[in-house]
Design a protein around this ligand. Structure first.
Ligand code: AKB
Length: 316
């Protein structure tokens, strides 16, 4: 039986991924860690421990003690926050990855997942249908750390046979745990504000189109990639992954179909520059061909579910 560890289990991806992995592998076999408390369901359904991903000694003890066979390492400082604390963000994002890559090399860890991002691309990258292999000249700290991380993953695979797998996530949208410190976070905040106040002041311009994805699709892709036979994984840096692309104006129009008097205003801040450096849509044909990826949720299905679930949350 697999013993799975999720590092960063209290975050936006981690909290949902932990619950899905517990459904697959059994509650007692999925261990969750983070430096902050997780949502109630993660806490109550299986093992959780406060553990800092930067503490290599504690981490290695934990992995050996629980005979961990797979790790999902999700802890990171996202794009917006990283610009405020560049050197600290670099240190956290890089050191925690190198600790876990080296741990995988030294122990009997079978598989490792690490998330990359569309942030590896920059101004010189083709904006539409961005290819898997293209110019990568990111100019955010987060993007630089993700690109360097991709190179390290491929290096550990080639040199030490560490079975590491990765996805370049687009902006992720979910109702369960709010995102923190990203450029694409507006697409989560907008739903909460639409229900609470019927208006939203957006920190990006109305036409800032970005690649996005509903969390259930992202979780499915992640588990699918990790379950795939090793020989099928041809890319050991990180896979492009695509579903929907939209601008703040387009998501606002979709919300207005449900909340007629919803209003959006625009007050772009420093994150607009980050958004302008990222692609608008992604070519994920490699992920489709290698491990059969296909997304399910479009903007309208996602909006319906987001509004229903956030309403339920407020009622409770
Ligand atoms: C961010 O906005 O920083 C993240 C990402 C696209 O990686 N959501």
């Amino acid at each position: 039986m697999e013993k799975v560890l999720v590092i960063g289990a209290s975050g936006q991806i981690g909290s949902e991924l932990t619950m899905s992995l517990r459904n697959v592998y059994g509650n007692e076999n999925v261990f969750a860690t983070d430096i902050k408390q997780p949502p109630q369901d993660v806490l109550e359904s299986g093992p959780f421990q406060i553990l800092d991903a930067m503490n290599d000694k504690e981490l290695i003890h934990y992995v050996i003690r629980h005979k961990i066979s797979q790790v999902y390492h999700l802890a990171a400082v996202l794009s917006g926050n990283a610009e405020k604390i560049p050197l600290q963000a670099w240190e956290i994002n890089m050191k925690s990855l190198l600790i876990i890559l080296d741990l995988a090399k030294e122990t009997s860890l079978k598989r490792l997942f690490w998330p990359s991002s569309i942030a590896v691309f920059g101004h010189s990258t083709p904006k539409n249908n961005t290819p898997q292999l293209t110019v990568t000249e990111p100019n955010t700290v987060y993007g630089i750390s993700k690109l360097a991380g991709e190179r390290w993953c491929e290096y550990y695979f080639n040199k030490y046979k560490v079975d590491v797998r990765s996805i370049r996530y687009p902006g992720l949208i979910s109702y369960k745990t709010e995102a923190g410190g990203g450029t694409t976070d507006y697409a989560v905040e907008i739903y909460y504000e639409a229900i609470k106040n019927k208006n939203y002041e957006c920190f990006l311009k109305e036409d800032a189109t970005l690649p996005m994805m509903f969390m259930p699709d992202a979780i499915e892709a992640t588990i699918k990639l990790m379950e795939c036979e090793s020989s099928k994984i041809k890319i050991r840096s990180s896979y492009n992954l695509a579903s929907i692309s939209f601008s703040p104006a387009e998501i606002a129009t979709e919300i207005k179909r449900h909340i007629r008097d919803f209003k959006i205003t625009y007050k772009p801040d420093f994150r607009q520059q980050i958004a302008e450096s990222w692609p608008q849509s992604i070519d994920d044909s490699a992920a489709q061909a290698d491990w059969g990826w296909k997304y399910k949720y479009g903007l309208s299905e996602m909006t319906k579910i987001m509004l229903e679930e956030i309403r339920k949350k407020f009622r409770n």
